[in-house]
Design a protein around this ligand. Structure first.
Ligand SMILES: Nc1ncnc2c1ncn2[C@@H]1O[C@H](COP(=O)(O)OP(=O)(O)OP(=O)(O)O)[C@@H](O)[C@H]1O
Ligand SMILES: [Mg+2]
Length: 308
């Protein structure tokens, strides 16, 4: 259990605990919890929260010319005093500007997978929009599509059309959110593609900070995105997930019926999943995870990060 900072807790999601850091800022602490088949496992994946945080920090730096973002700092030295000294918090925590969140999930899809494939297979559309016929699962779409969804309570998001998004948040905001999301996807998928990784789809959450539409939440992480190894991609199949595959494969092998409680993950599965998250970070960013805040790697204490 991660010791949490003694600040007012504003909310806990499936993955993050959010604290009021004062001055219009939030402290977002990302846990090591992992879900598979929509069920949260009993065992955390050590350092998963740090991997997600390190990736988000990397990406927002890459995207500064596309849109502003919510991050104030990921350096524990900049956190409010109540949080700066807690070792467990280091590396998994972002001090961010509190945003007025846009009430849709800004999904971009470059490939046909997941709920979009299901809809296409049964109705020939993707989020209600026309898409050419004759595509198969995991095919690349003719061009990346902005495919928003509602933000459902308890994780039941509903795929919606762009017109419906305009009704929900206003046409101007929806169009601006679409343009930022498509530009971020283009940048992310090009970067990943050059490293042998396909960014099949991803979800952004945007919000207004001082009246300016900004990138919030986590950015282009394995939790918010479908990453595939280009070498595993075969249209007509479901490529293995870059990060959660050891957990999924092991669970499938147990015959578990996918309703809670889940079986207890063996330590080898926990460790191999941790390795997948670390290698996803290192492959994508070209940085060493051992340099990240708070990481104790095989007993070696953290060195100063290469870049902040
Ligand atoms: N800068 C910000 N200001 C205000 N709220 C934010 C900001 N960045 C992210 N959020 C919100 O913080 C929450 C992050 O928590 P978390 O990811 O754990 O929960 P969730 O997204 O509701 O659930 P899940 O990710 O498990 O589906 C989200 O509701 C997100 O919209
Ligand atoms: Mg979330």
């Amino acid at each position: 259990m991660t010791p949490l900072p003694p600040l007012p807790l504003l909310g806990s999601g499936k993955v993050r605990d959010i604290f009021d850091a004062g001055d219009g800022n939030l402290l977002m602490v990302t846990s090591d919890r992992i879900s598979a088949f929509d069920v949260v496992m009993g065992e955390p994946i050590p350092d998963k929260g740090r991997c997600l945080t390190a990736m988000t920090a990397f990406w927002v730096d890459q995207l500064t010319d596309v849109a502003p973002n919510h991050i104030v700092s990921v350096d524990p030295a900049d956190f409010p005093e109540a949080a700066s000294g807690i070792e467990e918090v280091a590396g998994r925590t972002m001090l961010v500007r509190r945003a007025d969140m846009v009430n849709i999930e800004c999904i971009v899809r470059g490939y046909l997978s997941g709920s979009a494939w299901k809809e296409y297979r049964s109705q020939g559309t993707v989020h209600g929009e026309a898409v050419p016929p004759g595509l198969t699962e995991s095919d690349q779409l003719p061009e990346p599509l902005f495919t928003p969804s509602t933000k459902g309570e308890s994780g039941h998001d509903e795929n919606i059309s762009f017109d419906r998004a305009c009704e929900l948040v206003g046409a101007e905001v929806a169009a601006a959110a679409r343009d930022i999301s498509l530009a971020c996807y283009a940048r992310g998928s090009k970067w990943a593609g050059e490293r042998g990784i396909i960014l099949a789809d991803t979800k952004f959450e945007l919000g207004f900070i001082d009246g300016v539409l900004s990138i919030c939440d986590e950015v282009l992480t394995p939790d918010s995105s479908r990453f595939w190894s280009a070498s595993d991609w075969r249209p007509g199949t479901t490529p293995p997930s870059f990060d959660k595959q050891p957990v999924r494969d092991w669970l499938e092998g147990t015959g578990w019926d996918k309703s809670p409680p889940p079986p207890q993950l063996p330590s080898e599965v926990v460790e191999s999943t941790r390795q997948r998250y670390v290698s996803a970070y290192e492959r994508i960013t070209g940085r060493s995870f051992s340099q990240w805040y708070g990481v104790q790697w095989y007993g070696v204490d953290r060195q100063e990060p290469e870049q902040t």
